[in-house]
Design a binder for this molecule. Structure first.
Ligand code: RP5
Length: 191
């Protein structure tokens, strides 16, 4: 297994070897990292311990199955799996664990439609919660929402994060009042 230590993802990450990861981020190749690091950043921001590794359903099938079979016992709660092209990785992981698996279709060819359909079209009984193409940040937020059901402190941090999204739009509306056009009025917004 190619272990991408969090320290290598961005220089801002500190080494946290003593923590047990709650979320496992798996990607089909390190070429997926520019997309998947959005999930790393969000989990770091909300102080959720996570691990990051590269595994391939096609290139390392035995390792994928071993990872999925052992994931729950290792204390993991949610798996985020991102892959591109014929993206079997999230589904293959979901086939061998009862942990929730969130799939991230990574844009490669065909604008990511190939990966999206590969991940979302799971047979009955083996769900993969699929986010948008390149939607790694949403995958991490969804993972946090799951974890926050049984973690009040995390629920507070999540609520703060959601409030910051509202603040962002309120600030945007404030900025937009400064944009002037001859026929533009500054009537109040819906917020
Ligand atoms: C997929 O094939 C990976 O998830 C990646 O998106 C794509 C290309 O992989 P590389 O050839 O860049 O390793 O399995």
């Amino acid at each position: 297994m190619h272990n991408l230590h969090a320290q290598s993802v961005t220089s801002n990450f500190k080494t946290q070897t003593s923590m047990i990861p709650l979320v496992s981020i798996i990607m089909g190749s390190t070429s997926d990292l520019p997309v998947m690091e959005k999930a790393c950043q969000l989990l770091d921001q909300l102080q959720v311990p996570f691990e990051v590794n590269a595994l391939s359903a096609h290139r390392t099938p035995e390792a994928v199955e071993a990872f999925a079979r052992g994931a729950k016992q290792r204390g993991l709660k949610v798996i985020i799996a991102g892959a591109g092209m014929a993206a079997a990785l999230p589904g293959v992981i979901a086939a061998s664990t009862t942990l929730p698996v969130i799939g991230v279709p990574v844009k490669g060819m065909l604008d990511g439609l190939d990966a999206l359909l590969s991940i979302v079209q799971m047979p009955p009984g083996i769900p993969v919660a699929t986010v948008a193409v390149n939607g790694a940040q949403n995958a991490a937020i969804l993972a946090v929402q799951m974890l926050a059901l049984s973690d009040d402190a995390l629920a507070c941090r999540l609520a703060d994060y959601k409030a910051s999204l509202r603040q962002k739009i309120e600030n945007a509306n404030s900025e937009l009042t400064k944009v002037s056009y001859q026929f533009k009025t500054n009537s109040s917004s819906v917020l």
